[in-house]
Ligand binder design. Structure first.
Ligand SMILES: *Cc1c(COP(=O)(O)O)cnc(C)c1O
Length: 389
């Protein structure tokens, strides 16, 4: 939103363009009101079922379970595949901390793999050298919702019977060789955090592609009980059957989410427009300044989750963030490599171990990109970028 500068200068306009902003898309309040009127707002109510069926149909996965977050869906994955202390898990360092905490919580050790310089995804060519007798899983993170090279990763993992788990927090409705992300690993996790394309504030989902995991997942998610079978009338009482926790999303939030997901084509179309406008508006600026815009391979359909630029140097990246701040525009870096964090160093990692990750992380800037961003605001952002050096 542009607003008048109330300070000294009468002519200057200061913008207030946040990096992210959540908004309603139409039916959110109506569905939440309906949930209250039906008298059911705990988990696994009518809206939870509606969202789970919608996702199962659209993605072609065996079972979808809504969860309290993507973090929790990832934690459930680690429990389901039986991760134990001393196990190793192959994972990029260029990811959100939840991908790694999910199995570190179970006592496993992250084995960090460097990323490809083009898609910024796990470099599948480096994976086989990292597989040992202790490797128990590969967590594939689809950065910006652009797919990892899943055929290669699944082939390597399949040969050794290692499950692949997709962290698809950013890539709902994106595709790899025509197949939906989230349908490619044994398990996959989605996020409905407010920074994602579709949201209910905080929420997530576990996608199950291997039916052998369905019953265990229902038990873990329902506090270690067989309550899901009880609700379906398959047993006459429910009881403690295994370890578990409380990973069920409130139906109130599922109602909000349902409205967002039913509008997914409209939301995605808006985000596609934003993405195309950035690509067009920044093409000559990026050429002239040695910046790189996102790369999407031919065989990948992207979900328009984010827009970033890779600047030629860390200094130029920091200068751009600073300069945009002067225009009232919030842009952000992404990610601080996990292997260089305080916790990462406990596993013996040092600067220089993952050169592409370290290089990219120092040069990447993410631009404002959200469902409430309109063309007028976006032109202002583009003008601010191209007007400088
Ligand atoms: C957002 C995100 C998460 C965490 O999602 P929550 O729903 O907030 O737990 C995990 N992994 C990646 C790659 C993400 O982008």
């Amino acid at each position: 939103m542009l607003k008048e500068d109330r300070g000294e200068s009468k002519t200057a306009v200061l913008a207030d363009i946040p990096f992210n902003r959540a908004c309603s898309n139409g039916n959110e309040l109506a569905y939440m009101t309906d949930a209250i009127e039906r008298g059911h707002i705990a988990g696994d109510g009518p809206y939870t079922k509606r969202v789970e069926r919608l996702l199962e149909t659209e993605l072609g996965v065996d079972r979808v379970l809504l969860t309290t977050s993507c973090t929790h869906a990832l934690e459930m994955s680690a429990l389901l595949i039986g991760i134990q202390p001393g196990d190793e898990v192959i994972v990029p360092s260029f990811t959100f901390v939840s991908t790694v905490n999910a199995f570190v919580l179970r006592g496993a050790r992250p084995v960090f793999v460097d990323i490809r310089p083009d898609t910024l995804n796990m470099d599948e060519r480096l994976v086989s050298d990292l597989i040992t007798d202790r490797t128990r899983a590969i967590f594939a993170v689809h950065y910006a919702g652009v797919a990892c090279e899943m055929d290669e990763i699944n082939a390597l993992a399949g040969a050794k019977n290692i499950p692949v788990i997709e962290d698809n927090a950013q890539g709902l409705f994106a595709r790899y060789k025509g197949r939906p992300l989230g349908s490619l690993g044994s398990l996959a996790a989605l996020s409905f955090h407010e920074t994602k394309n579709f949201t209910c504030g905080e929420g997530g989902a576990l996608l199950i592609n291997d039916p052998a995991y369905i019953e265990g997942a229902e038990i873990i998610r329902e506090k270690g009980t067989n309550r899901s079978r009880f609700i379906r009338g398959q047993v006459d009482k429910y009881t403690w059957v295994d370890v578990g926790s409380s990973y069920v999303l409130s139906d109130m939030l599922a109602a909000f989410l349902c409205a967002q997901l039913e509008a997914h084509e409209r939301i995605t179309a808006h985000r596609r427009d934003l993405s195309e406008r950035y690509f067009e508006g920044l093409a000559s600026w990026s050429d002239a300044n040695g910046a790189t815009l996102p790369y999407v391979p031919e065989h990948c359909e992207q979900p328009y989750h984010m827009f970033y630029a890779l600047m030629p140097s860390e200094e130029q990246r920091d200068a751009l963030i600073q300069r945009l701040r002067g225009y009232g525009i919030q842009s952000v870096f992404h990610y601080l490599p996990l292997h260089l964090s305080g916790k990462g160093e406990e596993y013996g990692y040092r600067r220089g171990d993952l050169p592409v990750t370290e290089d990219v992380s120092a040069r990447l800037v993410r631009l404002p990109f959200h469902n409430a961003l309109d063309e007028y605001q976006q032109r202002y952002v583009i003008d601010a970028i191209v007007s400088g050096k």
